[in-house]
Write a protein of this length. Structure first.
Ligand code: MEV
Length: 313
């Protein structure tokens, strides 16, 4: 049995701007997506076909279920390049809005490359996974989520027309992920911003220049472990995202509610829902957690996890 896993992600600084070749800073989280790959049945006999068992749905490969889209693509790529094999691929999913699509591709590629004895480096896993995601995604995607799933930890990521730079940064303490309870569509919001860019090209040029500066300063604050400074930059970044139309009344209420306990808080990702990320004041962590419990908001402390991993047993 091959068992691989990859972490989910949250964006710290630079969402949307990263889609246009600018840098961002993102972090892995301590919620992983697991893939189990078995080419034998419980009696040790070889399997007669390939099956997918994911998100509570079982299907023969190729699966007709939209929920299996990325797994279908991943398996098809291996069959096309390295030949057909029979196996059962099972996943243990993680909550939505935390990078499950990128994590399933990365963990799937790791498991399959292990089955095919390809001995791939992380860079090779990244390239293969990103090509699959680009093919499967309708809109533009920067690939930062794939990078986090592969390399783990906190990274600065930049993708200038396919020229990709990934830099590992220090882990950050006291980061809290807060679920807005609303699901948002990254594809639609990326499209919406690209339409606004067409209309207000110069304004967005200026906005992205400021976000670049925020990311550069953010990297310094992370290196210096100056979390007050990092929180200030998160607040500025959030203000810009709000100006771009990516916040909501509910998100603003949530952010205002946690202000007394945090140095900074912002939308993380495409906006209008999914998760908020906050950096809390060292001495206020318990108070923040109690507050979030009182207002019945799902949350967890982010511990930066390792990148993609595999074990064979
Ligand atoms: C979504 O998590 C972040 C965006 O910047 C899209 C992307 O980078 O692919 C909005």
């Amino acid at each position: 049995m091959i068992h691989s896993s990859a972490p989910g992600k949250l964006m710290l600084l630079g969402e949307h701007s990263v889609v246009y070749g600018n840098p961002c800073i993102a972090t892995s989280i301590n919620k992983r997506l697991d893939v189990y790959l078995n080419d034998k049945n419980e009696h040790g006999k070889e399997l007669k076909c390939t099956t997918i068992d994911a998100l509570g749905i079982k299907s023969k490969f190729p699966s007709n279920f939209e929920q299996h889209k990325f797994l279908n693509l991943t398996i098809a790529k291996f069959f096309e390049k390295y030949g057909h094999k029979n196996f059962k691929l099972t996943t243990k999913p993680m909550p939505k809005g935390l990078g499950s699509s990128s994590a399933v591709v990365v963990a799937g590629v790791k498991a399959l490359s292990t089955l095919y004895n390809l001995n791939w480096s992380n860079d090779e896993i990244f390239k293969f996974s990103y090509d699959i995601v680009k093919e499967g995604q309708k809109g533009k995607a920067s690939g930062y989520d794939i990078a986090v799933a592969v390399y783990g930890g906190t990274i600065r990521y930049e993708n200038k027309k396919g020229n990709i730079h990934i830099k590992k940064l220090k882990n950050i303490r006291n980061l809290i992920a807060i679920d807005t309870g609303v699901k948002s569509s990254t594809t639609e919001l990326v499209r919406e911003i690209s339409e606004k860019m067409e209309k207000y090209g110069q304004i967005f040029c200026g906005i992205f220049k400021i976000i670049n500066k925020i990311v550069d300063e953010g990297e310094k604050e992370i290196t210096d472990e100056n979390y007050k400074g990092l929180g200030e930059l998160m607040n500025i970044n959030h203000g810009i995202l709000n100006a771009m139309g990516l916040s909501t009344y509910e998100i603003e209420n949530l952010i205002n509610g946690i202000k007394p306990y945090s140095y900074g808080a912002k939308i993380s990702g495409a906006g209008r829902g999914d998760y908020i990320i906050a950096i809390c004041k060292e001495q206020s962590k318990n108070n923040l957690m109690n507050y979030l419990r009182d207002v019945k908001t799902e949350h967890f402390e982010i511990l930066q996890d390792k990148g993609v991993d595999v074990e064979i047993y």
